[in-house]
Design a protein around this ligand. Structure first.
Ligand code: ADP
Ligand code: MG
Length: 679
């Protein structure tokens, strides 16, 4: 395989270039060929009659006047001349390239790229070529490092293409597949991507490499998933369906259709001898807790212990409270284990857990500590899974043998993304809200309407309701976040003299936070001023107003989470976004928030507005970095690749037939097939 050779075998690649390439993660010839341009500039010359004002265009023309040059300073200059292009005589302006004056004279052929000012018939050129020879229409733009220039890179890529063309190996994709999707051969596609001849061929070339990349990605995920099932086969949980029915019938409400469906999926997994690895996603308030309770109950009925890990103490307590209530009539023993449980009581709970006297333990990351041991852990549930690192989740799971795992998330992930990010997990989705909920009314106001907002809050407070006020977020500094919260708290304490205003922020100790939350829950605190620590899962049904300061600083997913703190009771609830809407995206976000309360829709917008990297916050998404594919634009290809990969992995041909040799080799090179074969 020529592609696996180091780049140094390519003509023109010396030790320095090797180093520069290495800093771009280019080690092998294959890496070099797959270092795709990050964009293409359009050099398709435009007929000026069709050019819009302000558009960036390319024109070809003839210089029609002697250029005039004016200097503003030593380095700053303005060169202008008349150009005849098509039937138009226009003015061209070039900044800071006075040296061109000597080389431009009447009749010189020029290619100009720049911004078209239709009113003044002027093109301000950012790029100019004299006597353009090569007929370029699209030109790739690459990222480069060190001394490496785009020009230099193009040269060595061309050499690399020539090098592999001399000894062509099998195409990665079988011919049948290429025919089916009408996509070009690999080498041809690579050449086109680096040296495009026209838009159309480039499009096909890109389509091919996108498909290939997504197919490889999906093959990896599905092979891992299959292997996971075969090697890490789990322990079947044999629970009595009758007692499950009794438990579900005893719930204070009947399950929604969506809840029934996901309960079914989870119970099927638990019963099966495979290890469950499942993501349960559902919007805020869709009722995930009761679903996980049913799962935990099943595990206990089958003779196992269960664990539920929540990201904060407040949440863990809330869950413990809820589950105790549900489990109590069925004699399931529930215990809480957080950092707040100390001393003798802690030792006793640890002991009981190890003896098997506790059936379900609920806690924070305190659960993953070394000292926590189980007698027979069968099911682990993590709430708000993205708040935990991979290591933490693994640590908890490894406290049992072949433990089933359920991850819960209230950050709805668009289906396409869920497939991409969690392709090695099964995904259950609760896409329906319990009936009878009133839609939260959302309003967007500017800062100068604060008085009116506070007056509105007072009205709700007088009616016996409670309110949250979320403070401005300053990402760089927790200290400033806290200061903001203190300022707002002082101000509101003044304003709401007749009510009790509480304060919650990240610098408070666990106990302090606890005390404030308890007071808010019991209604002793009427208005809770908080930083975003209140964000996840907190349940105070009497709170009906959520005010968010500087709402534009938050992503849609987070705003939606915050909004989900209200609307948990029977009363009409309100969310008020305070934002001046300085940028177009900010205004867009505020508009979307006021228009929909559907978390899945919001997350799709969020993705479009911010891109996948930002979705869960920096580096938390777990989404792979693709070289050419783009999850938002290529989601159809992703679905096709997923389906194809599924069919391949379960076919004999994929593992044996020569036409799949290329794919197998590539997967092997990526370290996937080295250990076991599975038929
Ligand atoms: P989340 O999915 O955000 O974790 P919760 O599990 O906290 O949501 O549920 C929110 C509220 O809805 C809880 O008070 C819960 O008791 C209630 N709930 C859950 N399922 C139903 C249902 N099927 N019908 C009515 N209320 C329900
Ligand atoms: Mg929850």
């Amino acid at each position: 395989m020529l592609e696996t050779l180091p780049v140094s075998v390519i003509k023109g690649v010396g030790p320095e270039t090797v180093r520069d390439l290495e800093s771009l993660n280019i080690i092998t010839v294959g890496d070099l060929l797959e270092h795709f341009p990050y964009r293409y500039d359009n050099y398709q010359p435009k007929d000026l009659a069709q050019a819009a004002h302000g558009e960036k265009i390319t024109i070809i023309g003839k210089v029609h006047s002697e250029p005039s040059l004016r200097f503003y300073s030593k380095k700053k200059s303005r060169l202008s001349f008349r150009v005849f292009s098509g039937n138009y005589l226009i003015t061209a302006v070039v900044f800071n390239r006075g040296f061109l004056k000597k080389r431009l004279s009447e009749g010189t052929q020029v290619l100009l790229v720049g911004k078209w000012d239709a009113y003044n018939a002027t093109l301000t050129a950012s790029e100019i070529q004299l006597n353009p020879s090569e007929k370029r229409t699209v030109e790739p733009v690459y990222s480069v490092r060190g001394d490496l220039t785009v020009k230099g890179l193009r040269k060595i890529i061309r050499n690399a293409l020539d090098y592999v063309s001399e000894n062509p190996t099998n195409d990665l994709l079988p011919e049948a597949l290429r025919k089916k999707y009408k996509i070009p051969e690999r080498l041809q596609a690579l050449r086109q991507l680096h040296f495009p001849t026209d838009r159309q061929s480039l499009k096909h070339a890109r389509r091919r490499m996108v498909y290939e990349e997504l197919l490889l990605f999906q093959l990896k995920l599905q092979i891992l998933k299959t292997r996971h099932r075969q090697l890490g086969s789990g322990v079947a949980k044999n629970f009595d369906p009758k007692i499950m029915e009794r438990f579900i019938n005893a719930l204070p409400f009947s399950l929604t259709k969506a809840q029934e469906r996901v309960v079914d999926e989870i119970l099927t997994d638990l019963k099966s001898p495979f290890r469950m690895n499942r993501l349960l996603q559902g919007d805020v308030g869709s009722g995930k807790t009761v679903v996980c309770a049913i799962g935990l109950f099943a595990a206990v009925q089958a003779g196992f212990q269960g664990a539920l890990m929540a990201p904060t103490e407040i949440l863990a307590e809330q869950h413990a409270e809820q589950l105790s209530k549900l489990f109590q009539p069925f004699d399931v023993k529930v215990a809480l284990l957080t950092g707040a449980v100390k001393g003798k009581e802690r030792r006793k709970r640890l002991q009981d857990l190890e003896n098997g006297d506790i059936d379900v333990v609920i806690g924070t990351h305190a659960l993953i500590q070394e000292v926590v041991r189980f007698s027979n852990l069968g099911l682990v549930v993590t709430d708000e899974q993205h708040r935990f690192g991979v290591e933490q989740r693994r640590a908890l799971r490894s406290k049992g043998e072949q433990t089933d795992v359920l991850f819960m998330t209230a950050t709805p992930i668009p289906r396409t993304l869920a497939i991409a990010a969690f392709g090695d997990m099964d995904v259950s989705t609760i896409d329906e809200m319990p009936s009878g909920r009133k839609k939260i009314k959302t309003a967007w106001v500017k800062h100068d309407r604060l008085e009116a907002v506070l007056t509105f809050i007072r009205k709700e407070l007088k009616a016996g309701r409670q309110a949250y006020v979320i403070c401005p977020l300053i990402e760089e500094s927790e200290q400033l976040d806290v200061q903001n919260a203190i300022d707002v708290h002082n101000y509101l304490t003044q304003f709401f003299k007749e009510f009790h205003v509480g304060l919650l922020h990240g610098r408070m100790s666990g106990e302090e936070k606890e005390a404030v939350m308890t007071a808010f829950k019991s209604g002793d605190i009427h208005v809770l001023v908080s930083t975003t620590v209140v964000e996840v899962g907190v349940n105070v049904p009497n709170a009906t107003v959520m005010v968010i300061y500087d709402a534009e600083r938050f992503g849609l997913a987070q705003l939606h989470q915050l909004r989900g703190r209200v609307g948990r009771g029977d009363a009409q609830s309100y969310c008020i976004l305070i934002a001046d809407g300085k940028s177009e995206t900010a205004r867009e976000r505020m508009r979307i928030m006021t228009e929909t309360t559907d978390g899945f829709k919001l997350s799709e917008y969020d993705l479009k507005l911010r891109g996948p990297g930002d979705f869960f916050g920096y580096k938390q998404s777990g989404l792979p970095d693709f070289k050419i594919a783009d999850l938002i634009h290529d989601y159809r290809a992703l679905e096709v690749a997923r389906r194809d990969a599924g069919e391949m992995v379960s076919s004999k041909a994929f593992w044996e037939a020569p036409e799949y040799e290329g794919l197998r080799e590539r997967l092997e090179r990526d370290g996937l097939l080295e250990s076991e074969r599975f038929d």
